[in-house]
Design a protein around this ligand. Structure first.
Ligand code: FES
Length: 103
């Protein structure tokens, strides 16, 4: 069962920068790449870094602490030192709002 939750206005997102959102106390980062919105856990799996403060390169987010990278589409680690995937959240955009499936 889906649990679509309104988390942000699409207008709050900018290409090349992430923003944090905290629906239900979760720590999630939103990213906009080529007009598509991606949502991942904000906390890096390697340390106490917020991925929304990282650097977007194509469909990868580079952690601001040790430059580990994750694929925003799958959460898979793509560059050391990260080895553990981050969770990705289903996203839909409707009526200028961004919804995440938090089920
Ligand atoms: Fe993210 Fe180390 S904290 S790569």
């Amino acid at each position: 069962m889906n649990n679509w939750t309104d988390v942000a206005a699409e207008a709050d997102l900018f290409e090349g920068a992430g923003i944090p959102v905290a629906p239900g106390g979760r720590n999630i980062a939103l990213f906009s790449v080529d007009g598509e919105v991606f949502a991942t856990d904000n906390l890096c799996t390697h340390g106490n870094a917020s991925l929304c403060d990282g650097f977007i390169e194509g469909h990868e987010i580079e952690c601001p602490f040790h430059q580990g990278r994750f694929d925003l589409r799958t959460g898979a680690p793509t560059c050391a030192p990260v080895t553990e995937a981050i969770k990705v959240w289903p996203v839909k955009v409707e009526g200028g709002r961004v919804f995440l499936d938090l089920a």
